[in-house]
Design a protein around this ligand. Structure first.
Ligand code: GLU
Length: 509
């Protein structure tokens, strides 16, 4: 029990979950499962000003869709609950007070206006203001003010915050599983607020207290939290929890496709790909952002794609099932450098996974879609079409654009192909061929028709490409599609010959 691996994904419900967050959760999941450990979902909602309606539900639904199951957490429960920080509110204050008693934190009474004035003044002097070991004694806090005045202020109920007290001249050192050994001078750090005047802890305090109480062994999170880590390490030491401090692993960023900067929430729809797992309807702006699910991605493809954005197993292998990822994942092989998002690669992954979907599953969906379009066809035909066409599709929704001609006769013929293939006299040749095809018996017609065509073209020294393409043009209306034998088999004698005869008549060259 003692050494059981326990990791958490700890999003703040401030909006939809960015795929960078999904990747963080995925790496946590893989690491937990590989070590027979626990994967927790903790909702960090202590900043009430940033709370967004529906974000928590969105997060839970996203992971359901992706197939990444939490062992404990919000919506599941578990022995270390509650897992939502706002529901843990009463317990944080005692921890903040414990640090004050130990001389590791202090009350600060400066108002927002007073601090703003300090900032403005510093700016005028081309400096930046920081509440730290150098400035704190000239500010309004329990270190700078006499004890009785502090007591008076506290008794009067005046708002205060509790700040961490960084000692001067210390070097804070720790190891990161990805970044290696990290050193930071304490004098450079600001005395971060741990407890706010609204009675809520800040992220820093709540995060450390909860990681400790929930027995988290490894903190795997985005690189943006690395600058906060010296504070977190100092907090563990201040509480006297250093011996069971989690190990840290800060993940590199996911970058924009051109590699210039972090992939932001805005980039997706600007560049034409989703950056969120599910479509998001912003409750305030009413803006809609696209999601992988609604864009037709398969969850397994998204998981596989994200796993490889910043990690590989050292071989060329790219397709990994979730089970395989659990076996092969290793923190050591996570790149230190940002990983560029590649939309074409995302599509490629979906293409690969779409090929693994049962024809039957796709056919059922496609059959419904066709019915909605008012097309009457048999399920058996749809099955045949799906098995012929799916390799040409990256998304199930592309089935129609790649196979519409199976269900709708061509209304026109692709002009360029027509010019290139249908010469003067072609109609006459095709007419003769059609006559022969009509005479072939119905039983196994497609195969016999093809055999006949091969034979006939050769014997008459005709141009194979030209004839077959003219047949295709007549049937499909274009030069696309699988081989003609397959098309003839699906459509059958009557339909093929109807289309051929119509084309001969319409084109009439
Ligand atoms: N609540 C933080 C976030 O939104 C969690 C950071 C951490 O994992 O420590 O990313």
């Amino acid at each position: 029990m003692e050494n059981r691996v326990r990791v958490r994904f700890a999003p703040s419900p401030t909006g939809p979950l960015h795929i960078g967050g999904v990747r963080t959760a995925l790496y946590n999941y893989l690491f937990a499962k590989q070590n027979d450990g626990d994967f927790l979902l903790r909702i960090e909602d202590t900043d009430q000003t940033r709370f967004v309606e529906g974000a928590e539900e969105y997060i839970i639904e996203s992971f359901k869709w992706l197939g990444l199951q939490f062992d404990e957490g919000v919506g599941i429960g578990g022995p270390y609950g509650p897992y939502k920080q706002s529901e843990r509110k009463p317990l944080y204050k005692d921890y903040a007070l414990e640090l004050i008693n130990k001389g590791k934190a202090y009350y600060a009474f400066d108002t927002a206006e007073e601090l703003a004035a300090k900032r403005t003044q510093a700016e005028a002097e081309k400096k930046t203001f920081q509440y730290d070991c150098k400035t704190r004694m000239s500010l309004k806090n329990s270190l700078s003010l006499p004890a009785d005045e502090v007591k008076q202020l506290l008794d009067s109920g005046i708002p205060y915050v509790i700040r961490f007290k960084f000692e001067e001249g210390e070097t804070i050192e720790f190891d990161d599983l990805i970044r290696g050994h990290i050193k930071m001078e304490s004098s450079l750090l600001d005395d971060k607020v741990l407890y706010k005047s609204d009675g809520m802890p800040t992220y820093h305090l709540a995060n450390i207290v909860d990681d400790h109480l929930m027995r988290i062994t490894h903190v795997i999170r985005g690189e943006e939290w690395l600058p906060s880590c010296p504070l977190h390490v100092s907090l563990y030491r201040a509480f006297g929890w250093e011996s069971d401090m989690p190990q840290f692993a800060h993940l590199p960023l996911i970058l924009k496709p051109d590699g210039k900067g972090k992939l932001s929430k805005r980039d997706g729809d600007r560049l034409g790909f989703p950056v969120f797992p599910l479509e998001w309807h912003d409750p305030k702006s009413q803006e809609i952002s696209s999601g992988y699910r609604e864009s037709g991605y398969l969850p397994q493809a998204v998981v596989n794609m994200l796993a490889l954005l910043g990690w590989n197993d050292g071989t060329e292998q790219e397709i990994f099932s979730l089970d395989e990822l659990v076996k092969k994942f290793s923190i050591e092989r996570i790149s230190k450098h940002g990983a560029k998002f590649d939309m074409e690669k995302a599509k490629w992954f979906n293409h690969q996974y779409l090929q693994q979907v049962d024809d039957d599953v796709l056919a059922q969906e496609y059959f419904k879609e066709l019915q909605q379009k008012g097309i009457s066809t048999s399920y058996q035909t749809v099955m045949q079409v799906v098995s012929l066409i799916k390799e040409r599709c990256s998304f199930a929704k592309e089935l129609w654009q790649n196979s519409d001609y199976f269900f709708v006769r061509p209304a026109e013929y692709a002009e360029k192909a027509l010019k290139k293939r249908w010469k003067e006299g072609t109609s006459q040749v095709m007419k003769t061929i059609s006559g022969h095809l009509h005479n072939i018996e119905d039983n196994d017609w497609a195969q016999k028709a093809e055999d006949f065509l091969m034979d006939y073209i050769q014997k008459n020294e005709l141009n194979m490409g030209q004839i077959m393409n003219c047949l295709r043009l007549s049937v499909v209306g274009d030069t696309k599609g699988p081989n003609m034998l397959d098309i003839m088999q699906v459509l059958g004698k009557d339909e093929i010959l109807y289309r051929l005869d119509t084309a001969i008549e319409k084109i009439n060259l």
